[in-house]
Design a protein around this ligand. Sequence first.
Ligand code: AMP
Length: 455
Amino acid sequence: MAMTCNAASTMKRALRVIQHRGQESAGVAVFDGRIKSLKGMGLVHEVLCGREFDMLSGNVGIGHVRYSTTGTSSPENSQPIVVSTSAGELALGHNGDIVNADKIRMKLQSEGWAFLTSTDSEIIVRLLANELTQTTDAVRAIKNTMRVLDGAYSLTVMIGGRVFGIRDPLGFRPLCIGKLQNGYAIASESAVFDILRGEFIRDVAPGEIVEITPGGFTSSRVPSPLHSAHCMFEWVYFARPDSIVDGKEVYELRKNIGRKLAEEQPVDADVIVAVPDSGRGHALGFSEKSGIKYEEGFMKNRYVERTFILPEQNKRDEGVLLKLNPIKSTVAGKRVVIVDDSIVRGTTMRKIVEMVRRAGAKEVHVRIGCPPVRAPCYYGIDMKTREQFAATNRTVEQIAKMITADSLGYTSVKGLVEALEISENDLCLACLTGEYPSNVPGEKTRYQQTLEAHI
Ligand code: AMP
């Protein structure tokens, strides 16, 4: 995120609002004649504190929370990345994944460039720094950099004291503009503006470069393809339910998906429970459409870390047990439907089905808002290899058996698209269909964009 107004403390609050988007590292860079930054491993309130934080003055800045997809989870990969060039200082925060990062890195290394980190984000910052040494026109330097990049990137960039928000031409990851009480801001999610008592203005368009100015913002564009590729998983799982992503409130769409799921995968049961928190909207929609009552089914321990990103299977199992416990009066003696947003590896759901049975459920049915995840994501969600997916080489019945459920049902891809009320051509559904909206080496392209369209 980026903003102009007593930057460090406002950004700390704002970053806490989007903490769910990344919990590995956090950081801010502010401009006060020169760029100063503070970043490190941990949650926002753990990193942005103490004397060093209090010393960060300036009313222009950018901030970042990291969830690693490319590059290891380590201190040197935390962001914003700050570099110094002959043209001045530059800071950058990146959300997404650059598909052609390895190719660019190899080419640049062969030309004698050196890299400090394993991230694709460093490649962007180095390309941009190089462009800035060739032209004094910052927007032109940004456009020239965008021309080389392929893949997903929502960026905040600070060039000296100028702040920009940039979205890739296919608009994979969200980015939006808001007005605060004494300035403007750009953030991944609109909930930030609510909490800062500001106002959501609009989404940054795919291919748009927005510069925040003291009185507002200016906008320019790079030519973009006719269709976008908004990641469906933002609405299904990733974004906060109270955010508006590309004009659609996340909570409303989750309920829509739940209604569609109930239509497509009906079940005879006594009670619907949601896997908190991201399953709640889906479950409420399912309950509304099916007429089966919704109840709180689990106590969630909010102090336990995310189990999805734990590296070892036994730690993930342990993590799920620590995190969730069924409410016995809800499930005992009942035919229970557990609704969640997604199954990736199936680890979480197998443990949940087991615990609900142990709590006395008579039958356990599982309904999932997201269609089966079958193909890797190259655009910023950490789902990288086919072998890890429960749906690889398994039928739905086999997955049901694997998670020990009495029945299992997913929303269809067609049903999901209808529920999102967005044209299929403007969505990225690659992890569901295996057809990618941009050229990914070794994968099938959904529709061939003309090369000129990217320039
Ligand atoms: P799994 O155990 O791999 O099937 O994980 C699925 C669970 O993790 C679901 O409850 C989702 O809410 C959550 N989840 C799905 N995708 C992700 C992701 N990329 N990062 C973190 N959590 C996720």
